[in-house]
Design a protein around this ligand. Structure first.
Ligand SMILES: Nc1ncnc2c1ncn2[C@@H]1O[C@H](COP(=O)(O)OP(=O)(O)OP(=O)(O)O)[C@@H](O)[C@H]1O
Ligand SMILES: [Mg+2]
Length: 209
């Protein structure tokens, strides 16, 4: 039986990685699909042959890994190209994530999937979906500060993601992140207690059958 699994998502810069670190500090195993995607596209990565044959040699860097800046520019300006890249990466990421979840020795697992609600590809894996939510202004400010991207570039990325209201409507649980990081930690602690008891109940139900 796979461990109880919480999908953690939210818009760009909403605080997913920050919240994931806080779960980790509480002893939860965190599986990060961004990190998996990075592994798959590093020199020697499993996704590179398909990327080369689909997009051409110019998307492979001199070290043999993905030429990230060029690919980023392409997929943010060309929805069809984005679809092709996702068709290559998503099944590989999902398989790898499932293996990590199956290996986890923890009361429950948090799997961080930036586009969980957009792709719906993890329905079989997650028992519950939590989102990190903050105002769009906070998203914009935090992302600009961290990445150095211009406001228009961040807005363009936000436009490819689900609108805030739709995300809120789809979530089972919400981590509110309009305050400081200490406030986010409190939100994480509340959900952690809930997930421990849900995971426990799921295990008991499984043992009873
Ligand atoms: N409540 C907060 N107060 C102040 N800074 C915050 C808060 N939450 C997050 N940040 C900062 O905002 C930036 C974005 O947060 P984080 O990396 O956790 O978001 P993310 O959702 O993982 O972003 P991405 O979509 O780019 O992966 C980081 O620099 C983080 O330290
Ligand atoms: Mg992140």
């Amino acid at each position: 039986m796979l461990p109880f699994c919480v999908g953690l998502t939210g818009g760009i810069g909403s605080g997913k990685s920050s919240a994931a670190r806080m779960f980790e500090e509480l002893g939860v195993v965190v599986v990060d699909t961004d990190a998996i995607a990075h592994e798959l596209t590093r020199p020697g990565g499993v996704a590179l042959d398909a990327i080369r044959s689909t997009f051409g040699e110019e998307y492979i860097a001199s070290d043999g890994g993905l030429e990230r800046p060029r690919m980023r520019r392409l997929v943010f300006s060309d929805a069809a190209a984005r679809g092709k890249l996702e068709a290559i990466l998503h099944p590989l990421i999902r398989d790898e994530a499932r293996a990590h979840v199956a290996d986890a020795r923890a009361p429950y697992v948090v799997i961080v999937v930036p586009l969980l609600l957009e792709t719906g590809a993890y329905c079989g894996l997650t028992n519950r979906v939590a989102i990190v939510d903050c105002s769009e202004e906070a998203q914009l400010e935090r992302t600009m500060e961290r990445s150095g991207l211009a406001a228009a570039e961040v807005r363009a990325i936000m436009a490819t993601q689900l609108p805030r209201a739709r995300r809120l409507a789809a979530a089972d649980d919400v981590l509110h992140n309009d305050g400081d990081l200490a406030a986010l930690r409190q939100e994480v602690q509340v959900l952690h207690r809930r997930y421990l008891s849900l995971a426990h109940a799921a295990r008991s139900a499984d043992g009873a059958t």
